[in-house]
Design a protein around this ligand. Sequence first.
Ligand SMILES: C[S@@+](CC[C@H](N)C(=O)[O-])C[C@H]1O[C@@H](n2cnc3c(N)ncnc32)[C@H](O)[C@@H]1O
Length: 262
Amino acid sequence: MSNTDILFTPMLQRLPPALLALGAQLVALLAVTATAVALRESGSGLPSGLPLPLWIALTGLAAALLSRWLGLPTWWQIINLVFIPLLWLTLQSGIDPLWFLAGFALLALTSLGAIRTRVPLYLSSPRAAVALAERLPENARVLDLGCGLGGPLSRLGTLRPDAALDGVEAAPLNWLIARLRLLGRAQVRLGNIWDTDLSGHDVVYAYLSPAPMPRLWQKARAEMRPGSLFISNTFTVPGVEPDEVVELHDLSHARLLIWRMR
Ligand SMILES: C[S@@+](CC[C@H](N)C(=O)[O-])C[C@H]1O[C@@H](n2cnc3c(N)ncnc32)[C@H](O)[C@@H]1O
């Protein structure tokens, strides 16, 4: 059985990768700690079981190997490899723990939902908004699904004063920033894209991740009017060719994939 087969067994398939990665980390921690205790009690000549640096390195290695065995992507394997070693180095640095609490609070308010949605916060480049603005019909009603900090809507507001702009965002801090930034220019709702009706919009823009794209395409097909545009920044709909692809030539090599709904 390959790694991918293991990941796609029905039970594991339902778990978000972040939880699998956390599980691998905990199992590795327990396994290496149990080995250290066993070594100490067997009188192996190592008085404290395993020396701390070796214990840390082995835990990282075991977590990375477990992540690989679970079929997690390479970047999760690397995160699990370096997590405990970096945690240890950070604890040595004497930084005030309040900074970590502040960092965690910021991350939670902007991206905690990504564990469930598998869509973290990253921002469209200004070129995406310029390309969007060039393709909006006159007086279009535009929706940014997961509008983040409101960047694309804000730029569209300037480039296309004729457009009516809406956004929906699930992360509270992102929503607040977008709402304040777009006061009087766009309606920004705190909510979920899956509860958002797409039927009233001429253009629906999404910059999410590969994970929601198949379901989002089904939703767009069910709700969007014929002739309206569904535009995804970078992420494709598996098996469905876009009607137009616009290379943005920005730093992240992003492109707009445009489908005209039928
Ligand atoms: C990659 S960012 C894109 C932000 C913005 N659209 C842009 O292009 O700059 C995706 C955003 O979608 C939000 N998001 C992810 N899943 C969501 C959901 N189910 N409902 C609402 N917002 C969601 C995330 O919180 C994040 O802010």
